[in-house]
Design a protein around this ligand. Structure first.
Ligand code: FUL
Length: 471
């Protein structure tokens, strides 16, 4: 990350003739920052379960079960791109052990299936389709394998590392490697002691920019639920001690965590992770709620959209996704903070105008790497007065911290003036901001003057965006 900072910050410093600010705590790597900025990605659960109706195959499914009648990975990619997603993660191997590519390390793969005379390769079609559409491809390879005869022995760890190397060298680069936390018995009734340093080292060795997901990172962490919400307080930092594989802090992170491990919110558009004929997708309103509680709470949303037994995303799912996109575009298409004049103040009760090292204009421009910061080192009772060109009606406030320099804000509130009330009336409060925080006001307000009060921060706050909307 230092490299990225060194590349970006001097440019800014030169432009503003201000010294480059010091980062606070751990910061994202360039790959983690690019990952976070994707905001919404698609998850595709596809494999034998798509045809058997199971959620967890037992590994005894015959290879002929896998029989998509009209596989079309380009259609998945089109749907994802049109839904405003930047990447797709495919379950190349789920717990049943069936490989969607002809792996040299298993005899339970597409090569043993009569589908396309054993010459089919879903992972190849998937990665090609993503790249043709400008989407990033990610891969889920379950360490838990209920089919492989070596599962439960030391040999399996080497074999799984070889499988990872095979996938990443043949089909990579992948933007994300998904390591599922589930670990049960294999075909011989034994559980596996996973060699995580070997698995992670293998992926990093082949693809150092791959963001690795697991309950505790190292690239990103599980948010701790499959319902689609992060904590209202959500730090992108986490403490992970050596050998630790689970955490209670998935939703909140650790305020003083020593590693940058942001939260990923995985949730399915349907009740199950795999496609089942009798299940239906969530509504747009439910997806919007998930969006506010994931992306809007400093998380990345990984929305599962399972292809059906034809090997296509169903019309029902894709039409909900298009409506979900249209709803986000409608609400967030017009930033009502445009044209605002923003002044910074210090103090509690009595305010004194404060000088900025990086100008407040940077809060309303859309350039990601332009941010606002005070000249002083204050970390509390900082108010930004947002003066609109005329009275406007708003009910959503979006805040963004410039996370390449760390996550800092711990408590904030929002107030506004109306009529003769010049000092401002409280309307909302929150704790963390992070990459993005979306605050829905309890009711729409009409105002010309809005105040963002940063009540406390762990280091001088650095924000790169304040935006206002009317839903
Ligand atoms: C879980 C798995 O057991 C589910 O089948 C699914 O893949 C979900 C995303 O992760 O741990």
């Amino acid at each position: 990350m230092k490299k990225t900072l060194l590349a970006i910050v001097p440019l800014l410093a030169a432009a503003c003739s201000a010294p480059a600010p010091e980062p606070y705590g751990p910061v994202p790597s360039a790959a983690q920052l690019a990952w976070q900025r994707m905001e919404i990605n698609m998850f595709c659960h596809f494999g034998p379960n798509t045809f058997t109706g199971a959620e967890w195959g037992d590994g005894k499914e015959r290879e002929e079960v896998f029989s998509p009648t009209a596989l079309d990975c380009s259609q998945w990619a089109d749907v994802a791109a049109q839904a405003g997603m930047g990447g797709i993660i495919l379950t190349a191997k789920h717990h049943d052990g069936f490989c969607l590519w002809p792996s040299a390390y298993s005899t339970h793969t597409v090569a043993q299936s009569p589908w396309r005379d054993g010459r089919g390769d879903v992972l190849r079609e998937f990665t090609d389709a993503c790249r043709e559409r400008g989407l990033k491809a990610g891969v889920y390879i379950s360490p838990w394998d209920r089919n492989h005869p070596t599962y439960g022995t030391q040999e399996y760890n080497t074999l799984f590392a070889n499988t990872l190397r095979e996938v990443h060298t043949t089909y990579g680069p992948f933007f994300e490697q998904w390591f599922d936390g589930a670990c049960g018995e294999g075909p011989n009734g034994k559980r596996q002691q996973y060699d995580w340093p070997l698995f992670e080292g293998t992926v990093t060795g082949v693809n150092p920019h791959c963001v690795m997901f697991s309950d505790v990172g190292p690239g990103c962490r599980w948010v701790g639920n499959e319902e689609g919400h992060a904590g209202e307080t959500n730090w992108s930092r986490l403490h992970v001690s050596e050998g630790q594989r689970t955490t209670e802090k998935g939703g909140s992170g650790d305020i003083d965590g020593d590693q940058w491990i942001p939260a990923e919110v995985d949730v399915s558009i349907r009740p199950g992770w795999f496609w089942h004929a009798d299940e239906h997708p969530k509504t747009v309103a439910e997806l919007m709620e998930i969006y506010y509680n994931s992306v809007g709470r400093n998380g990345l949303l990984l929305l599962n959209v399972p292809p059906d037994s034809r090997g296509r995303i169903s019309a029902e799912d894709s039409s909900v996704l298009m409506a979900f996109r249209a709803e986000r575009d409608r609400i967030f298409g017009h930033d009502l903070a445009q044209g605002a004049t923003i002044k910074a103040y210090l103090g509690d009760g009595v305010w004194t105008e404060a000088r900025s090292l990086y100008p407040t204009e940077n809060l309303t421009d859309t350039a990601y790497h332009s941010f606002w910061m005070l000249k002083s080192k204050d970390t509390s009772d900082i108010t930004l007065e947002i003066q609109l060109p005329e009275e406007r009606e708003i009910d959503i406030v979006v805040l963004q911290e410039y996370i390449p320099l760390g996550q800092r804000v711990a408590k904030f509130s929002i107030s506004y003036s109306f009529g003769d009330n010049k000092g401002g009336s409280w309307i909302a409060s929150g704790t963390t901001i992070g990459y993005k925080r979306i605050i829905r006001l309890p009711h729409p307000i009409r105002t010309r003057t809005l105040y963002l009060n940063i009540e406390s921060a762990l280091a001088p706050p650095i924000l790169n965006r304040v935006a206002l909307y009317r839903s």
